[in-house]
Each structure stands twice: as structure tokens, then as C-alpha cells.
Design a protein around this ligand. Structure first.
Ligand SMILES: Cc1cc2nc3c(=O)[nH]c(=O)nc-3n(C[C@H](O)[C@H](O)[C@H](O)COP(=O)(O)O)c2cc1C
Length: 284
């Protein structure tokens, strides 16, 4: 919707710019409008060209020029995007894609912050002195777990409507579960990270891991298992121990595609090689 309302603004702007500016914006408008209409079908084309101007607008050229003249790594850019949108509900919902038999599978998950790791840890990585390992959680019984065994590479897409930015973050998806808890060889950092995340979940989120119904299977009636309220002990109110179904899910990025959408656009590719990040500007 942000895309659409911004395009309405584009249409109006054509009437107030000079002729030469007009041509450049016209080209952009055409490019974007064909992109959107091809996705939505031709009937919507007129709707968004002739409907009223929305109060929201695309990122200004000045803001984009500020990014161009002061380039930053994806991680520093993301830090700013998160800070600007922290208070918006749903701003930490991201789309995560995995692969099953060569086909994509995509779903929404909650991004739960960056996982701090000691510098000698296998998955330790930093960019601009900021940790890059992304933290989420999932259910052992969900399809993504089997998909992850087939193909551990995954891509996460994060769209920030307020700042008109898209991050496409690719890397290895690492699942940490009960099995690893019991395994003497698995490092205590990940075991502790899993426990810590379990304790930090909201009560309803904790409860969702304690039922017996298998997610994605045909509905056969309500759960007959009694789920502790809030996933907490009745006696002391503390969270019950994490169940087998609860997995810490980490994304260890190696590639990021950043796009800032506006009257002009800015795109950048960040790549991790031998633990070090570098980036270059791309055509949008
Ligand atoms: C707003 C929202 C947040 C969600 N958060 C999570 C999450 O943090 N972890 C998760 O595994 N599933 C989450 N889900 C459910 C997934 O989208 C998906 O339905 C589930 O993980 C099963 O997917 P799979 O069987 O393809 O693995 C969320 C769904 C929505 C709509």
C-alpha cells in the first residue's frame, strides 16, 4: 500500500516539476507503475493514477543523496531502520524463505533481535562492530525444520514501510533445540541462548509451544492437553522449562541486498567473505 500511495504522489508531482525534471520522474513513474500494475493486474492501473493524493510520500531525493554521499554497511543501515520504527507494531515481522524439493516456501516470523556471541564462537560475526546473527524461534514440528535439513540456506526479507527500505538477507539458518541441550558436545552459548529466549517470550507465545496439536496437520478438534497458563509454573510463576518443540532459530547472514525506494532509488549489495563485510552500490 505504501508503494501505491507513494505512486499517487508521483503522479501529482508531474504537474509541478520543470519539464526536464518531469521527464526523469516520468520515467521512474512508468518503471514503477508497470511493476506494480503487472503485479496487480491492469484494472488497478487507473485506480491509483486517478485517486486522491495520499499524505505519505516516497523518500525524498535529498534523503537518498544523503545515503549516497555517506554510505554505510547494511548492518549500520539496519540499526537505523530498526531505531526509527521500533515503536511501530509489527515492525519486527519479517518474511523467511526456505526451500523444499527445489521450490520456495515463505512465511512470516518475528525477528527477536541480534544474538550476541563470544568472539571465538563458530558463528561469531560482526559488521561495523555490530553483531550480525539474527535471532528468531520456531517449532520443531513446523515444515521449515525438514526444509532446513535439505537446504540450510534461507533468505529473510524485511520491508520498512515508514522508511521505504527493503533488506533481503541471505545466509545459513541454524536451529538449536532440545537435542542439542542434551548433547555434551554442543556449546553452552547456544544452549543458554535458547533458554534465555524461552524465558523472554510473551506468555501466549510460550503457550503455543506447549500444545500437542501438530502445526499444519488437518484439524481434528481442540487440544486435550492442559497447557500451563502463560507457560509458567503454578507455584512460583516462573516459565516452565523449554519443551522439545521450542527451537532457537538463528540466521547467519552472508549476503544482503538493500533497496531504498524513492523518487530516486538507491541499492547496495553487502557481501561477507572470510568473515569480513564489504559493500558496493548497484543499479536499483
Ligand atoms: C505475525 C506472525 C508472526 C509469526 N511469527 C512466527 C515465529 O516467530 N516463528 C514461527 O515459527 N512462526 C511464526 N509465525 C507462523 C508462520 O508464519 C508459519 O505459519 C509457521 O511457522 C509454519 O510454517 P512452516 O510450516 O512453513 O515452517 C508467525 C505468523 C505471523 C502471521
Amino acid at each position: 500500500m505504501q508503494y501505491l500511495s507513494g505512486l499517487r504522489f508521483f503522479s501529482l508531482s508531474l504537474t509541478i516539476v520543470t519539464v526536464s525534471q518531469g521527464f526523469s520522474i516520468l520515467n521512474q513513474t512508468r518503471r514503477l507503475s508497470s511493476f506494480v500494475t503487472s503485479a496487480l493486474g491492469t484494472n488497478t492501473r487507473f485506480k491509483f493514477f486517478f485517486s486522491s493524493v495520499s499524505s505519505s510520500s516516497l523518500t525524498s531525493t535529498d534523503e537518498i543523496m544523503a545515503t549516497v554521499s555517506n554510505p554505510k554497511s547494511w548492518r549500520s543501515l539496519l540499526e537505523i531502520s530498526i531505531a526509527k520504527t521500533r515503536k511501530i507494531r509489527g515492525s519486527n515481522y519479517v518474511q523467511l524463505s526456505t526451500v523444499e524439493d527445489g521450490e520456495p516456501r515463505c512465511r512470516t516470523v518475528v525477528f527477536r533481535g541480534f544474538q550476541k556471541l563470544p568472539s571465538d564462537h563458530t558463528f561469531f560475526n560482526e559488521c561495523d562492530s555490530l553483531t550480525t546473527t539474527m535471532k528468531m524461534c520456531t517449532d520443531l514440528r513446523s515444515r521449515k525444520v525438514a526444509q532446513n535439513q535439505q537446504q540450510p540456506m534461507a533468505e529473510l526479507v524485511w520491508w520498512f514501510p515508514k522508511t521505504n527500505e527493503q533488506y533481503r538477507i541471505r545466509g545459513r539458518l541454524i536451529l538449536v533445540g532440545q537435542h542439542d541441550e542434551d548433547d555434551q558436545d554442543v556449546d553452552t552459548t547456544l544452549k543458554n541462548a535458547r533458554k534465555e529466549l524461552w524465558g523472554n517470550l510473551s506468555d501466549p507465545a510460550r503457550e503455543s509451544f506447549l500444545g500437542s496439536l501438530i502445526p499444519g496437520e488437518r484439524y481434528g478438534g481442540e487440544d486435550t492437553v492442559t497447557i500451563p497458563v502463560g507457560g509458567r509454573n503454578e507455584e512460583d510463576g516462573k516459565p516452565v522449562p523449554p519443551p522439545e518443540n521450542f527451537l532457537l532459530m538463528l540466521l547467519d547472514p552472508i549476503n544482503v541486498d538493500y533497496l531504498l525506494l524513492g523518487r530516486d532509488q538507491y541499492r547496495q549489495a553487502d557481501v561477507r567473505d572470510m568473515g569480513k563485510w564489504s559493500y558496493e552500490r548497484l543499479n536499483p
